[in-house]
Design a protein around this ligand. Structure first.
Ligand SMILES: Cc1ncc(COP(=O)(O)O)c(C=O)c1O
Length: 399
């Protein structure tokens, strides 16, 4: 599978080797066209007017909700909240679900491999409520330590929030088993699927997960749109944390009755064009087949690890039992920023260097920064061959 020709950005950058899809994916032509089509043919504010154009825009918006409901196996379209992205989705759960139920001495569990988006919101509400943020440790291989995790689940724990796929180590957590374990203790759980949603099928009803968060821009859709899935019973018992237009049932100067979910969480004008693009991105993923996407990226990940292991000075971070789509590494005595800069300027290869919004994990691994490569459906084995050529060049330069 190589789908580079579906992505107009590569027509304009024919020699670019893009290895930063964990940061954001490139957009296929069909997604770009869906956004343009919306602006050229259907643009009006959604859920506000009675005229034909606004009805059309609203239909596309609400039909996309149903499409996402089906895509992730949710039972109700009301469980699908449109947000700006994973960050906003997690913040809604932290502030509107967890915080009101949290008391001094309670605990929230997250893992040591979380992105800041799935760390800081929980940290902040714990500080506000004098609750404790507990960190599930990792094993030496970079897997979540399931044995310790099981021991950490007790009645004081009021929420668990874990990632499905680490944006630094590429670790794929055994998410269904983790959910099952957490549910035995009747603790609500949020799963961050920012890195996994494009390539891993999900069935939220079957998993009985309480909340799932993901971003459109990491699944070949536009930036500025994302999804919060929440069980209907939870969303119905949550108050919004943003107030404004179009999230109400009735308003007087004295009080407001909020609209039912999901609209009560969607105050203000939504990114309707981005949501049209998200709809096209799901069509695109389903046409390719998520299993085919998984197989392709799995193959590239294995090939990358195999190729990097042949370079003696390269140190790959972690060795988790399942790694997918993301590989982080360092090279002895060469700063990751230098590596990334030279790969860019000399080889037109885009990789990420830094802490990847997971500073506590970098501290834990005792690395100031790493180089991270990550794959999309447009990557090919020859991109990795070129990366290896670039790295050998960098090593020669610094020798
Ligand atoms: C695992 C993970 N969670 C959350 C986020 C935050 O996503 P966004 O910036 O789209 O809100 C990212 C972004 O890189 C991520 O990799």
């Amino acid at each position: 599978m190589t789908n580079r020709s579906d992505f107009p950005l590569f027509d304009n950058h024919p020699t670019l080797i893009y290895l930063d899809s964990a940061a954001t994916t490139q957009k296929p032509k069909s997604v770009i066209e869906a956004v343009t089509f919306f602006y050229e043919n259907e643009n009006a504010n959604v859920r506000r007017g009675v005229y034909n154009l606004t009805a059309k825009a609203t239909n596309r918006y609400e039909n996309t909700r149903v499409q996402i409901q089906q895509f992730i196996g949710a039972q109700h379209p009301q469980s699908i909240v449109f947000t700006k992205g994973t960050t906003e989705s997690i913040n809604i759960v932290a502030h509107c679900f967890a915080a009101p139920r949290l008391h001094a001495g309670d605990e929230i569990l997250i893992s040591a491999m979380e992105h800041h988006a799935n760390l800081i919101p929980w940290q902040q509400i714990c500080l506000q409520k004098k609750a404790h943020l507990k960190i599930i440790p990792l094993t030496e291989t970079g897997d979540l330590d399931v044995e310790i995790f099981q021991k950490m689940l007790h009645p004081r724990v009021k929420m668990v929030a874990v990632t499905h796929l680490s944006n630094v180590l590429g670790t794929v957590n055994p998410i269904e088993a983790l959910i099952l374990e957490v549910k035995k203790h009747q603790i609500p759980i949020l799963v961050d699927m920012a890195q996994s949603i494009a390539s891993h099928t999900v069935d939220v009803a079957d998993w009985e997960v309480d909340f799932v968060a993901f971003s459109g821009h990491k699944m070949y859709a536009p930036t500025g749109v994302g999804i919060l899935y929440g069980q209907k019973k939870h969303l119905e018992n949550m108050l919004p944390f943003q107030f404004g237009g179009d999230m109400i049932k009735d308003v007087s100067f004295e009080k407001t009755i909020f609209a039912a979910p999901p609209h009560r969480f969607e105050g203000g004008t939504p990114n309707a064009a981005g949501i049209a693009g998200l709809s096209a991105a799901i069509d695109y993923l389903q046409t390719l087949g998520q299993q085919n996407i998984y197989n392709h990226i799995d193959l590239l990940t294995k090939y990358c690890i195999e190729s990097l292991r042949k370079i003696p000075m390269v140190q790959i971070l972690g060795n988790p039992s399942k790694i997918f789509g993301v590989v982080s590494f360092t090279i002895e005595n060469i700063h990751p920023h230098d590596i990334a800069t030279i790969l860019d300027s000399e080889f037109n290869i885009a990789v990420r260097a830094g802490q990847h919004c997971a500073q506590p994990l970098a501290d834990l691994l005792e690395v100031p920064a790493t180089v991270r490569v990550s794959f999309g459906i447009y990557n090919q084995k020859k991109d990795i061959d070129k990366l290896v050529e670039g790295l050998l060049w960098v090593i020669t330069l610094f020798r």
